[in-house]
Design a binder for this molecule. Structure first.
Ligand code: ADP
Length: 404
């Protein structure tokens, strides 16, 4: 049996097909620029001898429905999916599940309605997910579909962590609270970290740091999220590629009053023009690393602000947790940027965090690994994230639990 994972955006669908038996990814790809005259489709797949192939073409894709149609045809033509009946489940990534979804949910009309209800909280993501879900459901009425939410893992946060100190009615009437995102990734790396630590997850206290274009930190006590750095939206918290992360809310008031920015202008400024890009003109950490090494002061400052903020969150979550088994780095930056990891951990020896700077910097090391010294009380781990695999496994488990 196989599980198909779909991540549908407003104009694209990313997909991955897994074989359940060994969780091997048999195919992955992308349908992009849906609705534009020139769409783009990509497919990578493994043949029966496990040799990888790829194809790419340009063709118009008018709708999500047609995108799904294309994906199925491509999977069939490449031989990785002979018939739709082989699909045990389809897992859909959904960014926002509001407060209702603490777990993945088998998709039915009420789940679709609930995802629609929180569109105002995730206007850039949930409409695209809905288009993908509806297209897939009408295409494969017989295959169980499951929504896996980025917010679900964070639903165990206590009110002290998820409420903002603003008038209560904004929470009760408008649902303004902290939700947190990247939950599928934090959950996945937490499970892997527990495995590496050789302890059950429900005995592990962890600080996980997902550092990609978007970035978030999560405090995990006994395997459950107790705090996370993203809030009502993914704008709060760490410094990101193009997002500011934490700022004094009065900056927003100032921008409105004195620079005449409206809601759209503020959205653009803080979500797309800030963060690393706003600080040094580049949002790719590889490039920033090279610029800083060549003496570029703005790039150096961007790294300093990023690691300063990271360290503040590590300290804050350490204080919340009291005892920490491991710091877990993941995401493109967390997995690869040794200098960011070094600077985030620098000076934290009194907290029991002792990085092995050689192991940390070693290019020979890849994949899951421990990069702290043997005497480090808190282990420092690198765990490559795999959100698609986590979605596939959660989707299958959800279907199996319901059928049981
Ligand atoms: P997304 O959030 O879009 O999934 P990723 O998790 O792929 O992003 O992370 C993208 C970030 O990871 C970029 O800033 C990229 O420069 C950075 N990155 C990837 N590889 C390296 C590397 N070898 N060294 C430093 N940064 C890296």
């Amino acid at each position: 049996m196989k599980v198909l994972v779909l991540n549908s955006g407003s104009s694209s669908i990313k997909y991955q097909l897994f074989r359940v038996q060994d969780w091997q990814a048999l195919a992955s790809g992308l349908v992009a620029r849906i609705g534009e005259p020139e769409g783009e489709v990509k497919l990578n797949w493994l043949d029966s001898d496990e040799v990888s192939h790829s194809s790419q073409e340009s063709l118009p894709i008018s709708s999500h429905e047609q995108g799904i149609d294309y994906i199925i045809r491509a999977l069939r033509d490449s031989g990785v999916l002979v018939e739709v009946g082989e699909l045990a489940a389809i897992g859909h990534r959904v960014v926002h599940g509001g407060v209702r979804f603490k777990q993945p949910a088998r998709i039915d009309d009420s789940v679709i309605e609930a995802i629609r209800e929180v569109v105002p909280l995730a206007p850039l993501h949930n409409p695209g997910h809905l288009a993908g879900i509806e297209a897939a459901c009408s295409h494969f009425p017989g295959v169980p579909s499951v929504a896996v939410f980025d917010t679900a893992f964070h639903q165990t946060m206590p009110p002290a962590a998820y409420r903002y100190a603003i008038p209560e009615a904004l929470y009760t009437e408008h649902r303004i609270r902290r939700y947190g995102f990247h939950g599928t990734s934090h959950h996945y790396v937490a499970k892997r970290a527990a495995e590496l630590l050789g302890k059950p997850l429900d005995q592990c206290n962890l600080i996980s740091l997902h550092l990609g274009n978007g970035a978030s930190a999560t405090a995990i006590r006994a395997g459950q999220c107790v705090d996370t750095s993203m809030g009502l939206t993914p704008l709060e918290g760490l410094v990101m590629g193009t997002r500011s992360g934490d700022i004094d809310p009065a900056v927003v008031i100032y921008l409105c009053k004195h620079l005449g920015l409206d809601a759209d202008g503020l959205d653009r400024l803080l979500n797309r023009q800030s963060g690393l890009l706003g600080l040094c003109g580049v949002n790719d950490m590889r490039e920033i690393d090279q610029l800083a090494a060549a003496g570029d002061e703005r790039a150096e400052l961007a790294i300093a602000i990023t690691t300063h903020r990271l360290k503040k969150y590590i300290g804050a979550y350490y204080a919340e947790l009291g005892r920490v088994d491991a710091l877990v780095f993941t995401g493109g930056i967390g997995e690869n940027a040794a200098e960011i990891r070094r600077r985030a951990c620098e000076g934290l020896e009194r907290l029991g965090i002792r990085l092995d700077t050689e192991l940390n910097a070693s290019r020979a090391q890849r994949g899951e690994r421990c990069i702290s010294l043997p005497e480090s009380e808190v282990r420092v781990l690198v765990v490559p994230t795999n959100e698609e695999l986590e979605i596939a496994q959660q989707a299958l488990r959800t279907v199996a639990d319901i059928d049981r």
